[in-house]
Design a protein around this ligand. Structure first.
Ligand SMILES: Cc1ncc(C[n+]2csc(CCOP(=O)(O)OP(=O)(O)O)c2C)c(N)n1
Ligand SMILES: [Mg+2]
Length: 600
């Protein structure tokens, strides 16, 4: 049999770049590539997502949870368009993902042919580091090598576009290339470099950190490989550590000096840490919200980031270190002096201990019918060791960020920067495909579930029997509301709930899962929540745990600013249909900060 450009593509991805799984959806724009995947006999395996957007989220999650490059594949025109949202998620969270898309035949390009979209222009933003149309077989190896290498080196999205007629053409072996002008040779391979700042910059950074009396550390996903070093630095400096959303799994929450998440979804100890510190050390994070960082001028700052483009962009730092988090902190440690006065650290630890009591008390407050915080609180203590957690965009992200206590060995991720709805289920699915022996749980709102979580579950119903361990839970918060935005409209715009845009149709989520051959559990009483989690983790198949939750429990920010309080009041005065319940639930949760256990 002939060896086509598509065969060469598949082999180069597999044999030279270690790609063993591709998420995608077929179409006549990629029939040639599908044929080659078929001939490859399951390596790489093709996973059929039920929407190209899901495939792109899956490729993103594959990159996030394995550290490998994620690959997704879609047909020309509509398929390529559908990939985009998931690819922006990868791009914005700095994940290496290669998108392979089909195109109309070279003979038709420029003719306004059916499904002909100018894909190079369309992808010029999301894949701006590398997007290429392959026009002759000789380009193939160079294009594949560069697409994967640039995705890895730049931690970003790249894209290759293959016209469908080219896919079927005979490949040309590099050995047969004429060595002449205009012909290029290529070789695969990429090794992560060791990136270290210069010695004098390290000394300047150490001087800033040694001078500080109240040091705050903020970590993001870039600190993942440096968890031990962050601990040691925090110990030496007597510092507290707050975590940006993507850094949630970098340090466990049972460490007494870890203040948990930061920002609107964050904790009060993180707010206090930033509000009172005189020195800020930021490691591997581009947390964007200035109002949750120290006031400019309040703190001296040191930032560490592997990417020079990400340095100094969030806070006026005194020293910016471009370097690998682990290597840089290792080099910094011997230069740091242990702070003998531990009072700042002790204050942080006392604050953290008390905060967990506040969260527990808030979770146990009654609501109608179930307090969503309780769903997360009860889940947290029951997470099996090594669980991988995902979450969708919505009110669930608040409780996920705040109430779930990450333990050593767990992983967690979410669409941190794009904050798109729809990532929760495909992320969880791809996590399980990569780590079938590990328990996986996704938290998702009913709106996001109706948007594309349901399609993700159909995808899962096709594959779950392959998993060596069935433990997989999708927890749907059934509140019949696009609740996060309902609250945002109240607290930011001062508008009452707009029922036409916010209410969503009631749907039997657990029964839907049963239709797919999965297990469905529905709870609508607070006392059932804990036992439901036990039942879900003991099941012999993936579970959809539907919790009927109260949309009037406010996702209270850790610190309420005057404009937000004023806007809230205005939304109530303008006749919010839920005004009474809102006031009752807000009061209960606020009370817990001062008198834990008294809210109800
Ligand atoms: C693709 C996309 N569309 C819209 C939004 C805006 N948005 C953020 S959260 C949210 C509501 C989510 O509702 P649901 O999934 O039911 O979760 P809930 O907040 O009710 O828990 C919306 C509309 C978004 N982030 N992403
Ligand atoms: Mg909802």
């Amino acid at each position: 049999m002939s060896h086509t450009v598509s065969d060469a593509l598949v082999r180069r991805l597999r044999d030279d770049w270690g790609v063993h799984r591709i998420y995608g959806y077929p179409g006549d724009g990629i029939n040639g590539i599908m044929g080659a995947l078929n001939r490859a006999g399951g390596d790489p395996e093709f996973i059929l997502a039920r929407h190209e957007e899901l495939a792109a989220f899956m490729a993103t999650a594959h990159a996030k949870f394995t550290g490998e490059v994620g690959v997704c594949l879609a047909t020309s025109g509509p398929g390529a368009v559908h990939l985009l949202n998931g690819l922006y998620d990868a791009r914005m969270d700095h994940q290496p993902v290669v998108a392979i898309v089909g195109q109309q035949a070279r003979t038709a390009l420029g003719a306004g042919y059916q499904q002909e979209i100018d894909l190079t222009s369309l992808y010029k933003d999301v894949a701006r580091e590398y997007v290429q149309l392959c026009t002759v077989p000789e380009q193939l190896p160079e294009l594949v090598d560069r697409a994967v290498r640039i995705a890895r080196a730049e931690r970003t999205v790249t894209c290759l576009i293959f016209p469908n007629d080219l896919q079927e053409e005979e490949a040309v072996a590099i050995e047969d290339y004429p060595r002449e002008h205009g012909v290029v040779y290529t070789g695969p391979g990429y090794n992560e470099p060791r990136v270290l700042p210069r010695e004098d910059d390290l000394r300047r950074a150490a001087a800033v950190l040694n001078d500080g009396e109240r040091v705050a550390i903020l970590i993001g996903q870039g600190a993942r490989s440096a968890a031990d070093e962050v601990r040691q630095v925090a110990d030496t400096l007597g510092a507290g550590v707050a975590k940006a959303l993507l850094g949630k799994d970098v340090l466990p929450d049972d460490l007494p000096f870890v203040t948990g998440s930061i920002g609107l979804l964050g904790t009060k100890p993180s707010w206090d840490l930033m509000d009172d510190c005189d020195t800020l050390l930021m490691v591997g994070s581009s947390f964007p919200y200035s109002e949750w960082l120290p006031e400019p001028g309040q703190a001296r700052g040191v930032q560490i980031d592997i990417d020079g483009k990400q340095i100094g962009i969030r806070y006026p730092m005194d020293v910016n270190l471009v370097g690998d988090a682990k290597e840089t902190l290792r080099a910094l440690l011997p230069l740091l002096e242990r702070k003998e006065d531990r009072s700042w650290r002790e204050g942080i630890e006392a604050n953290v201990a008390r905060w967990w009591e506040v969260l527990e008390a808030r979770a146990m407050n009654d609501a109608d019918p179930i307090n969503p915080q309780r769903v997360f609180w009860e889940a947290s203590s029951r997470l099996p060791d090594g669980t991988i957690l995902t979450c969708d965009s919505g009110s669930s992200a608040n409780w996920w960020a705040r109430d779930i206590q990450i333990r050593e060995g767990m992983r967690a991720s979410i669409a941190g920067t794009l904050a798109t709805m729809g990532c929760g289920v495909p992320y969880a699915f791809a996590a399980k495909m990569a780590w079938p022996e590990r328990p996986v749980v996704a938290f998702i709102g009913d709106g996001a579930f109706q948007m594309n979580g349901m399609n993700g579950l159909i995808t899962l119903s096709q594959y779950w029997k392959r998993w060596s361990d069935p433990r997989f839970v999708v927890c749907v918060l059934h509140n019949n509301d696009l609740n996060q935005v309902t609250w945002e409209m109240r607290a930011m715009e001062g508008d009452p709930k707009y029922e036409a845009s916010q209410e969503i149709v009631d749907f039997p989520y657990a029964r839907y899962a049963e239709l797919l051959g999965l297990k469905g559990i529905r709870v609508d009483r607070p006392a059932e929540v804990g036992p439901a989690w036990d039942e879900a983790w003991a099941a012999d198949r993936p579970v959809l745990l539907e919790a009927v939750t109260d949309p009037e429990v406010p996702p209270l920010p850790p610190h309420i600013r005057f404009p937000q309080a004023k806007a809230m009041l205005s939304s109530l005065l303008k006749g919010d249909p839920e005004a009474r319940d809102i006031i009752r639930q807000t009061f209960k949760d606020k009370i817990e900060e001062f008198l834990p256990g008294r809210g109800s």
